[in-house]
Design a binder for this molecule. Structure first.
Ligand code: KIV
Ligand code: ZN
Length: 538
């Protein structure tokens, strides 16, 4: 897009937002919007969210989620669709009796029996809806436009006659002819509705169109506007925000964006965009977002991808050396700054992998309470990158194992025994055999030995090669796969005893268990020799 020279001058205006961070354009474009001061959050996790294929919550689970939503500070909890089943009605009733600060709402078609089922639950609000687009009207409910208007008026009046709040939704509003849509909303308003909702039922809107529809409704109706966007094209959040830009005062959202088909607008994303970018208030206690997301993930079984914004495991994780270095110096260099992990109850993580840098690794080691010299940090980083290059995800547990092994290694200059080469032969018709070449002080020692398996053969070969120098006994051997998978990092701990009763242990972490075992053994042997040297001097 070409920006006129007049506009581009204003876009160059410097608008500082937060300590040290300057946003040049956002405040400028906000002036062209009709943003409300506050947006109400209508949570439909327990209704549309539960319509996620494969999700079915028990009454107790729904109550647990409702309590958490209340703690989070949502304005409305749509607890369910009471007419749909006995269990659903029981859940809505129980949630309504919980004494929550949030308003509790029940869904109902514009049918009196649906509305009565919701009213029976003692809800604070009934959300009534009917299809208004031609395609849905003609093929599903089979009602004329006039009949729909009558149903709307009757439903709203019935709800209001019972003294509860009424939210009216024109289902498939975004595919409804505009003049008719306005007529439907006006009918609801005249019948006493407290708020009207514009649902993008099949998720076909784009932000400018959502803005236009909302604006049109805003200009014709005087009660507050709510929006409900589906995510079929991944546009539920931008479309919801576009409606807010045009004056919508309430947004329907779900935790983790779950819901029918591709889901609804995610509460976390809408709320954080409003809070941190638009600077529009909500009642949400954002520090509970992460724990709420985790609870819903656990109870619904719908797992969030790691790269999911705000609450995904990687939302505040940094791997590349450049980013990590920047973040360690000042987090805002490679994070939005206007949103921190603390604000959403998450945590910042420096992840190790092939892009890791020594700065990041060093910070992670400090967090793990491991003191490593520069040399050791360099060696740990080298090994982490080596694993990353092989396509392996290096977990915190892997890093800990590598670091402990490297830090525990005997310094090069103190080493008496060093491994030069080793090879193992194994198979289903051969006796596992290992050959080893070691450097002992300035001598080269070589030998081979068999064993019950490749590890046993390799350790036997090391002991045999050193037998002329010292008789070493293996007293303990532990092998642990740090993370799952056949390429898991293996951690080996061995304990050895020499002929004089000196005991030492050695540790190593490698993907190859034979390698790890030999390395751990050599490490322990060096410790024994160091002990012997020290006792000679003492
Ligand atoms: O997607 C939709 O239109 C709905 C309505 C019930 C609001 O879920
Ligand atoms: Zn929906």
């Amino acid at each position: 897009m070409l920006i006129s020279s007049e506009a581009s001058t204003t876009f160059r205006e410097k608008i500082p937002w937060q300590d040290g961070i300057t946003f040049y354009v956002i405040e400028e474009v906000k002036r062209e919007m009709n943003l409300p001061e506050r947006v109400r959050i209508f949570d439909t996790t327990l209704r549309d969210g539960e319509q996620t294929p494969g999700v079915s919550l028990t009454v107790e689970e729904k109550i647990t989620i409702a309590r958490q939503l209340d703690k989070l500070g949502v304005d409305v909890i749509e607890a369910g669709f009471p007419i749909s089943s006995r269990g659903e009605k029981e859940a809505v009733s129980k949630i309504a009796k919980e004494g929550l600060s949030a308003e509790v709402c029940g869904l109902a078609r514009v049918l009196l029996e649906d509305i009565d089922a919701a009213l029976d639950c003692d809800v604070d609000m009934v959300h009534t809806f009917v299809s208004t687009s031609d395609i849905q009207r003609e093929h599903t409910i089979k009602k004329s436009r006039e009949e729909v208007l009558e149903l709307v008026a009757n439903a709203v009046e019935h709800i209001k006659a019972h003294g509860v709040k009424c939210l009216f939704s024109a289902m498939d509003a975004t595919r409804t002819e505009m003049d008719y849509l306005v007529k439907v909303f006006k009918t609801a308003e005249e019948a006493g509705a407290d708020i009207i909702n514009i649902p993008d039922t099949v998720g076909v809107m784009i932000p400018p169109a959502m803005r236009k529809i909302t604006q049109e409704v805003y200009e014709n109706v005087s009660i507050p506007i709510d929006v409900h966007c589906h995510n079929d094209f991944g546009l539920a959040v931008p479309n919801s925000l576009a409606a807010v830009e045009a004056g919508a005062q309430e947004v329907q959202v779900t935790i983790n964006g779950i819901g029918e088909r591709a889901g609804n607008a995610s509460l976390e994303q809408v709320v954080m965009a409003l809070t941190s970018i638009y600077r529009v208030k909500t009642n949400i206690r954002t520090e509970y977002l992460y724990e709420t997301s985790k609870l819903v993930e656990r109870l619904t079984g719908i797992r969030m991808p790691p790269n999911y914004p705000i609450v995904g495991e990687n939302a505040f994780s940094h791997e590349s050396g450049i980013h990590t270095h920047g973040v360690l110096v000042k987090a805002e260099t490679f994070e939005p700054g206007v949103m921190t992990p603390e604000m959403v109850g998450h945590r910042r993580r420096i992840v190790s992998g092939k892009h890791a840098g020594a700065h990041g690794i060093s910070a992670m080691l400090q967090e793990m309470g491991i003191y490593a010299t520069r040399e050791q940090v360099r060696e740990i980083t080298r090994r982490v990158k080596e694993l990353g290059d092989k396509g392996k995800r290096v977990t915190d547990a892997d890093l800990l194992a590598i670091a402990e092994a490297v830090v525990g290694e005997v310094a090069k200059q103190e080493k008496v025994v060093d491994l030069e080469e080793f090879a193992v032969m194994t198979g289903n018709r051969v006796i596992p055999t290992a050959s080893v070449k070691l450097r002992f002080k300035d001598k080269e020692l070589m030998g081979a030995e068999t064993g019950v398996g490749p590890v046993d053969a390799a350790l036997n070969a090391v002991r045999k090669v050193l037998s002329g120098v010292e008789d070493i006994r293996l007293t303990e051997y532990h092998l642990e796969a740090i993370t799952g998978g056949s390429d898991a990092l293996a951690e080996v701990v061995v304990k050895l005893e020499d002929s004089r009763g000196n005991i030492a242990s050695g540790k190593a972490a490698r993907e190859d268990i034979v390698n790890a075992s030999v390395e751990a053994m050599i490490s322990a042997i060096n410790r024994i020799f160091i002990m012997r040297e020290k006792s000679k001097k003492g």
